[in-house]
Design a binder for this molecule. Structure first.
Ligand SMILES: [Zn+2]
Length: 584
């Protein structure tokens, strides 16, 4: 797609700057112009590569001319996630490297900042905002060679270990002893590092009858990447068990654990599951950090009104935002998404969590450990001494944590947390039951987000139903579909002229791709309750669920079921799913 780009750009202003600074003579200029035209490359690239002047001097002038900061990539630790946001070939071809990601912003080092096509490409490909830096071709090569080195060296490593194990006497060693052997440690490390650099989400180590197969899941598909003789399998599994701090000598029961591993200077978290099979232990590793990329507000599947509300409310500098729902409703993902949006330079974000599900760059994350006296409450107290702007607390589950959270919000912090209630409207009542003052509760709450996860209809086997009216009628007794549709029309999420019989409702038969369930993937349904001034007064006077619901109805706030029905009407899920998750 890039062949057609015309890279021949004289850029006369730039050339003037260069000759004014004495970096180029007229003769050199003519030669370089010709070269740039022949090679179809940007003038700045050609100039950089052929200029006898020191790199620092050229960068200085580039930086001034383009009014962009310069960056020395050789001094940067670049996360493999970040550099891999665009393919290596594109980076190489266009002399461009993504070297940092903060929230929804990426820092991009370029030799030719005037290459607007590549900027557009990166913006489209990543969906992130770009901040440009100038750098030298040498820096780009350095950054890319580091990236490539990992995969090629691990290939050699695999071959080397293969031979070693085949040839020598390591057969006689116990798996525990083998787990400490340098080649085994190197092998496991390289498998892990390679998985991360190739953007795998999971690593599977599966014992077969005579061999052990390693597979990576990349973009949802499992790819076989290596096969070893069986005897190395035990050593690998023992090694992984040691890393994740689980029992080496337990062979009968499934075990879970987690560990962190340093990949290119980045701490990456892995979740480990070991299960016994007929052929020996099977190991599955989940790369937890991979999800970070997916944490955008759009991915949560909010309707456009909720999307706007959250986007507005999140910019408030203080107060409390709570996600609520039962375990497994996706609260944590919502919270991390909000954190990612708030994660900017100059903002100090601290968290206390249990467990830390994703490591996020630039955020100070603390794991609670009640056995060592580190609870949500004590962790929170410690964090407050770190001068944070934003605090995230894994869960408010006792009055001490609730109290400190409210005090922090009162003293100018934005606090994000989860709380266990059935719906968003119950949150004030729950806090008051925990012993919080009604007045304070009403004053500090900014927004409550209630949610559930529903299964999505399988896109491969879903089809329109012929009689939407009949389908609605048969479910109306379990869930008030008609009044939800009325409400959705009122808030502009459903076209007010649409008739029930015009609705497009879907059913699915089930197929191979969805294992005959008719469903594939899951999405959230939400109720987003922004605390308006009127709502504040209601909470201060009477924080009970009924009073809050009454006021919310006045403000046309959608309930979870309304949002769910909107998603049925959109053809994404079914009435059965909405009934299942809202009636539990
Ligand atoms: Zn299907």
């Amino acid at each position: 797609m890039f062949e057609s780009i015309n890279k021949v750009k004289g850029d006369s202003v730039f050339v003037k700057t260069l000759s004014r600074e004495g970096l180029i003579t007229k003769k050199e200029l003519n030669i370089l112009r010709k070269k740039s035209k022949n090679d179809e490359r940007f003038f700045s690239e050609v100039f950089f590569e052929s200029s006898p002047h020191p790199k620092e001097k050229i960068l200085e002038i580039f930086s001034k001319h383009y009014e962009l900061p310069k960056v020395d990539l050789k001094k940067k630790k670049i996360s493999p996630f970040v550099i891999n946001l665009i393919p290596a070939e594109i980076s190489q071809q266009h002399n461009v490297v993504i070297f940092k990601k903060i929230g929804e912003i990426i820092h991009v080092a370029m030799v030719s900042p005037e290459n607007s096509q590549i900027v557009d490409f990166i913006e489209k490909k990543t969906g992130l905002k770009i901040v440009k830096f100038v750098t030298s071709p040498d820096d780009i090569r350095h950054a890319l060679s580091k990236k490539n080195k990992i995969s090629s060296s691990s290939d050699d490593l695999l071959r080397m270990i293969d031979l070693n194990i085949e040839g020598d006497h390591s057969r006689d060693l116990s798996p525990e002893k083998m787990a400490d052997m340098v080649p085994v440690i190197k092998l496991v490390n390289s498998l892990i590092e390679r998985a991360v650099t190739s953007n795998a989400s999971d690593i599977h180590i599966q014992p077969m009858e005579k061999t052990v197969v390693v597979r990576y899941r990349i973009d949802g598909i499992l790819n076989k990447i290596a096969e070893f003789p069986k005897n190395i399998s035990q050593a690998m599994v023992a090694r992984i068990k040691i890393m994740s701090d689980i029992k080496i000598d337990e062979h009968m029961a499934p075990q879970d654990g987690r560990f962190q591993h340093d990949v290119n200077g980045q701490k990456i978290a892995f979740r480990v599951s070991v299960i016994p099979t007929l052929n020996g232990p099977k190991v599955a590793l989940r790369v937890l950090e991979m999800k970070e990329k997916m944490l955008t507000l759009r991915r949560l599947g909010l309707n456009k009104n909720d999307f706007k509300t959250i986007k507005n409310e999140i910019s408030s500098p203080h107060g409390i935002i709570l996600a609520t729902g039962p375990t497994g409703a996706g609260k944590t993902t919502t919270l991390y998404t909000l954190l990612q949006m708030l994660n900017k330079d100059g903002v100090n974000i601290c968290t206390v969590e249990d467990p830390i599900e994703y490591g996020i760059e630039n955020i100070n994350q603390m794991q609670i450990k009640p056995s060592a006296g580190l609870t949500f409450a004590s962790g929170l107290k410690a964090l407050l001494r770190q001068d944070p702007n934003i605090l995230m607390i894994g869960e408010i589950r006792d009055s001490e944590t609730a109290g400190i959270s409210i005090n922090s919000a009162m003293t100018g912090h934005l606090v994000l947390s989860t709380i266990h209630t059935n719906n968003a409207f119950l949150v004030p009542q729950r806090l008051i039951e925990m012993g919080m003052q009604q007045y304070l509760t009403g004053t500090v709450l900014n927004m409550m987000i209630g949610q559930r996860l529903v299964r999505k209809l399988c896109p491969h086997c879903k089809s329109k139903t012929r009689k939407p009216e009949a389908l609605i009628e048969s479910h109306q007794m379990f869930i008030d579909i008609e009044s939800s549709i009325k409400k959705l029309k009122k808030v502009g999420l459903v076209n007010s002229n649409i008739k029930i019989d015009d609705l497009k409702l879907y059913k699915s038969r089930g197929c191979k791709k969805c294992s005959n369930t008719g469903y594939k993937g899951r999405m959230g349904i939400y109720e987003v309750l922004k605390v308006s001034e009127a709502m504040r007064r209601v909470i201060i006077m009477d924080g009970g669920e009924q009073a809050v619901k009454k006021q919310a109805d006045k403000e046309n706030v959608l309930r979870m079921a309304d949002d769910g029905i909107l998603k049925v009407i959109n053809g994404t899920t079914t009435f059965e799913e909405i009934i299942r998750v809202t009636k539990e």
